[in-house]
Design a protein around this ligand. Sequence first.
Ligand code: S3P
Length: 192
Amino acid sequence: MKNFAGSWEPENDRKYRDEKLKNVILIGFMGSGKSSVGYRLSYALKRSLCDTDSLIERREGRKISKIFEEEGEQYFRDLETATLKRMLEKKEYKRCILSLGGGTPLREENRKLLKQLGTVFYLRVTPEMVWERLKGDTTRPLLQTEDPRRTIRELLEKRDPIYMDAADIVVDCSGKEQDEIVEFIRKKTVEK
Ligand code: S3P
């Protein structure tokens, strides 16, 4: 088991179960940096970047906030599951960087799909980091509450064990520059 300051791999080391698909999958709370880390990783590893939220928006022809507003959260969650299933079926989702919406790992079915799709990296952040990054954000329907700071704290507390369960590798992002995070994931991916 390799170690990196603040990072670890769960005991039931699933590290390289993804020999076939070899996608690098980024999970984590809203504002954890999945999109920007994913973007930089796609350059560093010369792999395509696929963002499930963007795939859903493109397919639906409307923004996530509109989907939530017009159809409700469950409908959106079904779209997330359908997206993962499609990714497993299609050959083009091989050796990609997959950046997932923050709620995607919540369904057990989705966590099983993720294990088949590749190596799951959990970008672990604190509620304070999320608040600093997302205060004033209007694009996340789940954070449009009276007290978004509190919502972040409560949601993250509930979700953290689920993200931990879904992860092959946990990347503790506190106090780390994005360069460091990208380099850590790049190394883990090429050092197989
Ligand atoms: C959600 C996260 C969002 C988006 C939707 C729901 C969540 O994606 O999928 O608003 O439940 O955490 P980001 O994590 O990219 O913000």
